[in-house]
Design a protein around this ligand. Structure first.
Ligand SMILES: [Zn+2]
Ligand SMILES: [Zn+2]
Length: 306
């Protein structure tokens, strides 16, 4: 268990380091897109932020990196005319989504997340401070009745991590996926953090089922997206998994499979700095060749009745 968390912390640090390396010579501006109904998508660096603004105050979904907190809060003040920050949902534990937790707590926000997010933030090589930990946790989803909307928080079992929350606002037809969607690029699937390829694929199918052609989908990473973008990634992952499985079945080793480059046909479109073709291939091989417990693979929660 210890080793698992250490590996996870290392992966998280790599994500943060990638973000910082990027940021070194550029000033990050926070761009806001108005999705209607008091919902905004904020893009800076790290995971895309969702905002619900209105008479009840501000509910924020994810908070990127600590060094951006001042800019993020300034942008929220600007678009909401100074509404109070009340709640911050962490879609999962990674540092590019929770880095601002201390600052958001100091700004009056109450951090909310799946129970596993609290466990992971509090452990590992560099445990986060008490001010960064969720004070309200859910096990299997929850609902905010907030700013005249029903903001549903769905727990996604074993997809990007083991603590993923996805946000669905039915009356506005808006979804915030957290990192259960990397739009137009290979996803990071955090196997050491309880994620799984099958869980990730199953949830992409689940999103397609929830959505229609007009749904506005805020991905964890990538631009504002549509059902078609989700379906495209779903199909690539299904085919990529099958391509890797075929080589695993031939008895090839992980390095031999990487050398055979089974994802070549998708790399041009879907590979990017953090998850290149090799990293995606290794993730698929590891997932397909590691025994998963049935508990981890329980996707019974993936089917919601809408
Ligand atoms: Zn992320
Ligand atoms: Zn993530």
């Amino acid at each position: 268990m210890k080793a698992r968390f250490l590996t996870t912390a290392a992966a998280g640090t790599a994500l943060v380091a990638a973000g910082i390396a990027h940021a070194q010579d550029e000033e990050v501006t926070i761009e806001a897109t108005d999705l209607g109904g008091g919902i905004y998508m904020l893009v800076g660096q790290g995971g895309n932020i969702g905002i619900s603004a209105g008479p009840d105050g501000v509910l924020m979904i994810d908070d990127q990196f600590d060094r951006l907190s001042e800019n993020i809060l300034a942008k929220v003040e600007e678009i909401t005319g100074g509404q109070e920050l009340k709640y911050v949902l962490n879609t999962h534990y990674h540092g590019d989504h929770t880095g601002g937790n201390e600052a958001m707590t100091a700004a009056g926000g109450t951090i909310v997340a799946h129970a596993n997010v609290r466990v992971r933030l509090a452990s590992g090589e560099e445990p986060r401070s008490d001010e960064a930990l969720p004070v309200i946790t859910h096990e299997d989803g929850m609902t905010f009745f907030w700013n005249d909307n029903e903001i549903q928080i769905h727990h996604v079992p074993s997809a990007h991590t083991d603590g993923d929350s996805m946000v669905y606002i039915p009356n506005l037809n808006i979804i915030h996926t957290g990192d259960t969607l990397f739009s137009g690029r290979y996803p990071y699937i955090d196997l050491d953090g309880g994620g799984s390829v099958d869980g990730y694929i199953a949830n992409l199918a689940n999103i397609v089922e929830m959505a229609d052609e007009d749904t506005q989908i805020i991905p964890g990473h990538g631009p504002l997206s549509t059902e078609a973008d989700v379906l495209a990634l779903h199909d690539v992952l299904v085919d990529a998994k099958a391509a890797v499985q075929a080589l695993v079945d031939e008895g090839m080793s992980e390095d031999e499979i990487v050398a055979a480059d089974p994802l070549a046909e998708w790399n041009e479109t879907y590979a990017w700095g953090f998850i290149n073709g090799e990293r995606m291939t290794r993730t698929l091989v590891k997932d397909l060749t590691t025994e998963m417990s049935h508990e981890d693979m329980d996707h019974s929660d993936a089917d919601h009745d809408h």
